[in-house]
Structures are given as C-alpha cells and as structure tokens.
Design a protein around this ligand. Structure first.
Ligand code: TPP
Ligand code: DXP
Ligand code: MG
Length: 630
C-alpha cells in the first residue's frame, strides 16, 4: 500500500483538514505503516493495530497538543507517534537513542504524560483537568484506558475521586476483551454484560459492523440468550458519577467522531466505552493477540516463525519448570501472577495446575496481600512478578507479608536492565527496597542452575524470600531436574586471585570471572544479599587489598551498600569499589550496549578497577573504609 495521504500528515493539524472519506484512507495507510514498521523493529503490535481509528478520531476531534491525551500503559501509542511528527523515526523504535516504546514528555509535546506502568491515566487526567480549571484554561483532558488496565486499583481510586469532582474530563475505555493474556475477573464479565445490553443489540441490527463474528460479539450473543428478560442496571461508571456513553464500535469513524465531538463539549466527568479488536487488520494478530502483543521482528507475509535453532532457555522458563516440579512435590504451592502469565513463564503451570494458578489481573498490590492471606492459612504462595511491577506492591510486601513474617516467595523476574522497554521497566531498585525490610531475605542466583536451587531454597523457608533474576537467558548453565537447595546464607569462592576480590551478586559473576583473568583477582559468587555472608566478606577483606562489589541493580542502597555496612559494623577498613546501576534512569536500547555503557561487562569491570586502583593495581590500604561509585 502507498502512503500518499499519510506522508502529508506532519502533525494532527494536517489530518483535521481531511474529509471523512480521506480519514478512512488515512486509517488504512496508518495501520499498514504501523504493521510494516513494527515487523522491522519488533514492539507492541496488536494493541496498536487496534487503536488506529481511535487515535485518528481523537486527534481529529481534540485540539492536541493543547488538549491532553493520556494513554494508559502507553504501549498502544505507535499510531499516535506516527501522526505527531515521528513517522520517520519509527525505524528507530525502542532502539538505543531512538523513539521510546511508550509516551515520553521529553520526546514530544503531544505526549502529555509518561506512562508504561498501567492504570495511571485517569488520575493524571483528573489532575490536568483540575489544573486547567484553576488556571482558567479551556483545555480538555482525555484518558484512554484498556480493559486490562481498568482492572488496576488505581483506575478505581481515580474514578472515585473524579466522580465527585465535576472536572471536565473524558475517560475512554478501550475494550478489546484482552489484557496481554485473555482478560480475567468479574470486571471483564461486567464489560461483556454491558456489550450484551447495549452495543450488541445495535451491532445485531447494523449488518456492516466489523465486530460481528468477533469472540466478544459471540459471547454477548450467548449472554443475551442466557439472560433474556433480566433488567440491565445502570452502569458502575454512572454509579461512580461519570456520564457513561457506549459501547460504540471503536473502528467506525462515523460512530467515533460525532460521539467524541459531543463528549468534548460536555460538562463534568464523561465516560465512553469503545469496543475494538486487538490486532485489527492483520489476520494473524487478530487470531493470536497474545503472541502478537509484543513480537520481535517478523515477516508480514508469513508471520511469527519458530527460530531454526532453539533459543537458550530463559530465566523465566527455568522458573516455570521449577514451579511445575515444586507444585508436583508440594501440594501447598499456589502460583500467582498479576497479569503476566506468559512473560513470567507460567503457561505450563496454568495448564497443569489450574486450581492452584491465579491470574489476579493488573493488581500487584492485591497479588501480594492475596498471597499473605494464603500464607496465613498454611499454603505456600509463589508470587511471580517483574521487579519493576513489585514497586506497586511495596507497602503490601512490608505491611502484609514481612511484618507478619509470612512465608511468601517472590520470584522477581526482569531484575536489572530490560532493554527495549527502557527506564519504566528497568528492575533497578528491588535490592535496595527489599534488603531494608526486616524478615525478608533476598537471593541473587548467578545462572540458570543456581536460579532453580535458589527458588527451592526460598520455598523451604518459613519467612518471606525474594529470588531475583534478569530478563532473557543467562550463562547457559543447564539446571538439574532436582529440587536441591543452596546452603542458606553462604556464598562460594569461584576463583583465587591475589590483591583484589570481586564480590558478584547475580549473573555479573560471569563477566567478573572474565575480568578477573586480566586482573588476577579472586571472584566470589555471593548468592545472598540477605542474609549476607558476612564471614566470607570479612575473610575477603582480610586477605585482599581491596574489594569490588558487582550487582545489576542500583548502587545506592544495593548489595554493595550491604557489604559496606557489614565492613563498617565489623570495624574493618578496606577500599571498596561498588559497581552497579548509576543514579540515573537507564534508557531503552540493546541490553548488551546498555550493560557496556554502565561498565558492567568484563571490559568495563576491568577498566573501573584499574581506574580506581591504578593500572598496576597497586592498592594502598587506606585508613578508612571508602565507597566509590563506578
Ligand atoms: C502495573 C503494571 N502491571 C503490568 C503491566 C504489564 N502489562 C502491559 S500491557 C498489559 C495488558 C494491558 O491490557 P489492556 O489495558 O487491555 O491493553 P491492550 O493490550 O488490550 O491494548 C499488561 C498486563 C504494566 N504495564 N503495568
Ligand atoms: C507494556 C508492558 O508492560 C509489557 O507488554 C511489557 O513490555 C512486557 O515485557 P516483556 O517483553 O519483558 O515481557
Ligand atoms: Mg485490552
């Protein structure tokens, strides 16, 4: 398809000049552009194909960027980026120095609010609407939130506030009947009921509705048959005080544009329910929105293919296989995911242990406290959660789990640099925020085999334990099929050297071993951040001229700080270099490059050590303990 029309759109002002017929053509070109562009870069595909018409309609009706659009999660903003002057840059999407995969205020004035962690949009828009009122500005504020993101508690906290605020704002629920995985929970059923009561009856009459023959439509039809004669109550959103409109077909510009025009001029908080199809317009993605949620590069003509050689086993897969084996061995195990089944490696567990599998929706806070409740009753919950998303459940971790010393295992995936998703998803802080919590332990296994053992060790404890491991694959050390544990609280010496000891927490052990060859250094696999192997740390301090700590986490408050505290407590003075993530956000890009930039590959480790201790490593024992950030 040619991009004749799309190429003329430098900004939304250009599309506002188009006729309705041209807008339709623009949508077709835009959809193809996004599809082909993502096929070359990888990225969040299906959600973007589903929001093409909504994006065009919003920029057509609203006076952006003066009017604010806040995209919840923000993974569906590629059409928005293309229409707001970033078309050419789509070739750099999620690459180092290129376009971000999410909205970013410093990337474009059209990105009104930075998002990526879900369910924040309504709060942000309410704030913007209030600000506009106070400042006497007539700007509009719109939140676009998916049915998955709507399951997050923050969305309801915001509506609870918005409903009594009289703020002029619009919430658009983009209901595609999908989260990353199929949607879960009572709210999802409720949306289907709304479909059944209103939209379905309209779609049934309108023969050309694109939603006919969709699974949602079919569900609504069956639901309607089931509930014939029942009274459809006022919507929950009306009860919250928002004026509910919909559901309408989110691919039909003739429905979208007049409805948005009406709502734009309405007073008070408005709510529009829009129904779309995830993957719309690309048959393979429509049929398999889960695998096309965030694919890598692919050929549009053939779609996603199995790689010719099987890829290395990921840490998430190691976790998934351990979970099944441990569940087999211990009937008390319960697996919990806040809406990240596939990413967390739980697909097989869901199939084999459906009664012990819980996808609780995008509800990290609830996931943690739910686990606490289970643990109170003698069960053994394992919360599989990305490091970055546990930030949402931090109070629950302290107040509900750790304070009551409940045996919950936190399988912390995506700990450290994540690559293409960038700073919003970087697992930089878990070491710092977990190690200060009493009763908690935290393990940092170095490779696949040790991850499995660390999980078994965590599961064997009677107190809360986190096990952190990164995105993707590691050194490739094949795990044994057993459920052996590690010696609790003990690190291991992996290489003997002379003047300097490298204390590695996690997979940085491997680049540390490489660097040590050039530095003639001792290398220790610390394994535990908490309890820290203080005895081993003190031995290293006694027998070496200097120590270096390594962690894929924030230096501030991290594992190196734990070592420093242990040395100080013992009154031991030794020069200490802390290597880890610096006090800045790590941007998106190739993880290998990012690790290099942070000085966390073998070369960087060697250079930092030489820089700190001199080219000849002639360490002079200082009179005080000093910490030096890498
Ligand atoms: C707090 C938080 N938890 C989990 C995620 C991971 N996540 C990203 S998109 C998504 C599903 C969102 O579903 P929905 O809002 O319906 O959007 P759709 O993908 O269907 O367009 C999830 C779980 C996240 N971004 N933020
Ligand atoms: C938008 C979002 O939060 C998820 O889709 C995330 O990008 C998934 O990350 P992984 O690819 O690491 O599972
Ligand atoms: Mg959805």
């Amino acid at each position: 398809m040619t991009n004749n029309l799309l190429a003329t759109i430098a900004s939304p002002a250009d599309l506002r000049r188009l006729s309705r017929a041209d807008l339709r053509t623009l949508c077709d070109e835009l959809r193809q552009y996004v599809l082909h562009s993502v096929s070359k870069t990888g990225g969040h595909l299906s959600s973007n194909l589903g929001t093409v018409e909504l994006t065009v309609a919003l920029h057509y009706v609203f006076n952006t960027p003066y009017d604010r659009i806040v995209w919840d999660v923000g993974h569906q903003t590629y059409p928005h980026k293309v229409l707001t002057g970033r078309r050419e840059q789509m070739a750099t999407l999620r690459m180092y120095g290129g376009l971000a995969g999410f909205p970013k205020r410093d990337e474009s004035e059209y990105d009104a609010f930075g998002t990526a962690h879900s369910s924040t949009s309504i709060s942000a828009v309410l704030g913007m609407a209030h600000a506009a009122k106070l400042k006497g500005e007539n700007r509009k504020a719109v939140a676009v939130i998916g049915d998955g993101a709507m399951t997050g508690g923050m969305a309801f906290e915001a509506m609870n506030n918005a409903g009594v605020s009289m703020a002029d704002m619009l919430v658009i629920l983009n209901d595609n009947d999908m989260s990353i995985s199929p949607p879960v929970g009572a709210l999802n059923r409720y949306f289907a009921r709304l479909m059944s009561g209103k939209f379905y009856s309209k779609a049934r009459e309108g023969a050309k509705s694109v939603l006919k023959n969709t699974p949602l439509y079919e569900f609504a039809r069956r639901f309607e048959e089931h509930t014939k004669g029942m009274v459809v109550p006022g919507t929950i959103f009306e009860e919250f005080g928002l004026n509910y409109v919909g559901p309408i077909d989110g691919h039909d510009l003739d429905s979208l544009i007049p409805t948005l025009e009406n709502l734009r001029d309405a007073k008070g908080p408005q709510f529009l329910h829009v129904v779309t199809r995830k993957g719309m317009g690309y048959k393979l993605a429509e049929a398999d929105p889960v695998n096309y949620h965030g694919p890598g590069k692919f050929d549009v003509a053939v779609g996603l293919q199995k790689p010719a050689t099987p890829p290395k086993q990921t840490f998430a897969e190691v976790f998934g296989s351990w979970l099944c084996d441990m569940a087999e061995a211990d009937k008390r195990l319960i697996g919990i995911t806040p809406a990240m089944c596939g990413g967390s490696g739980m697909t097989e567990f869901e199939k084999r242990f459906p009664e012990r599998y819980h996808d609780v929706g995008i509800a990290e806070q609830h996931a943690v406290t739910f686990a606490a409740g289970l643990a109170c009753e003698g069960l053994k919950p394992v919360v599989a959660i990305y490091s970055t998303f546990l930030q949402r459940g931090y109070d629950q971790l302290i107040h509900d789990v750790a304070l009551q010393n409940l045996p919950v295992v936190f399988a912390l995936d995506r700990a450290g640099i994540v690559g293409a998703d960038g700073p919003t998803h970087c697992g930089a802080y878990d070491i710092a925020f977990i190690r200060c919590v009493p009763n908690m332990s935290l393990l940092t296994p170095a490779d696949e085999r040790e991850t499995r053992r660390a999980l078994s060790s965590a599961f064997a404890q009677e107190h809360p334990v986190g096990v952190r491991y990164p995105r993707g694959a590691g050194a490739g050390v094949k795990p044994e099929a057993d459920l052996e544990t590690l010696e609790w609280g003990k690190g291991e010496k992996r290489r003997e050297g002379r003047r300097i000891a490298l204390l590695a927490f996690g997979p940085l052990l491997y680049p540390a071993l490489q660097a040590a060859e050039k530095l003639d250094a001792t290398v220790v696999n610390m394994r535990f951040v908490k309890p820290l192997d203080v005895e081993l740390v003190l031995e290293m301090a006694r027998t070496h001229e200097a120590l270096v700590t390594l962690e894929e986490g924030s230096i501030m408050g991290g594992a190196g700080s734990a070592v420093l505290e242990a040395l100080a407590a013992a009154g031991v003075q030794v020069p200490l270099l802390q290597l880890g993530l610096p006090d800045r956000y790590i941007e998106h890009g190739d993880p290998v490059r990012l690790m290099h930039e942070c000085g966390l590959d073998a070369e960087g480790i060697e250079q930092s050590v030489r820089r700190r201790f001199g080219p000849s490593l002639a360490v002079v024992r200082s009179t005080s303990t000093t910490a030096v950030n890498g």
